[in-house]
Design a protein. Structure first.
Length: 153
């Protein structure tokens, strides 16, 4: 059993990334660093069940349209998943977002007020598209917060 699948033995992030192919590991690490820089919150390694097993989760309070980011270090299929407010798509229809993300929108699942989107981390274009999506979903709430902080709204 691979480290990311063993519920009762918490792996290290280094172990999880080390199990990825060199190409996938580089893309995963690039996305991981960029998310940390953008969100400014360190992810937590959590057991999420049999589908995503051990993954890095960034739960975002007051994240606007972005609720959670999941980095799934599956050695066979490394993925990123986002839990977005369903209302995000009212102002950002999927056809207006990067084309590389469309497959994740087509397979998305809506539960209550959240839409769960998932993509395989397999290209630089995908990484850039996900980062653009995170900026759109997370950014506006931060701008409003900054406005209140400095007396603007």
């Amino acid at each position: 059993m691979q480290a990311w699948q063993c519920e009762f033995e918490k792996p290290t992030v280094k172990d999880l990334i080390g199990a990825l192919s060199p190409e996938a590991g580089a893309l995963y690490t690039e996305l991981r660093r960029a998310v940390l820089k953008q969100i400014k919150k360190k992810p937590k390694l959590e057991w999420t069940g049999l589908t995503w097993c051990w993954c890095e989760c960034t739960h975002i309070e007051n994240g606007g349209m972005l609720s959670t980011i999941y980095l799934v270090s599956d050695p066979e299929n490394p993925r990123v998943a986002l839990a977005l407010s369903t209302t995000f798509f009212d102002s950002h229809p999927p056809q207006t977002l990067p084309k590389v993300l469309h497959c994740g929108f087509e397979r998305a699942t809506c539960v209550g007020h959240l839409t769960w989107c998932e993509w395989t981390i397999n290209s630089e274009d995908l990484v850039m598209g996900v980062l653009e999506l995170i900026a759109l979903a997370y950014g506006p709430s931060q701008e409003k917060s900054a406005g209140r902080k400095y007396g603007r709204s």
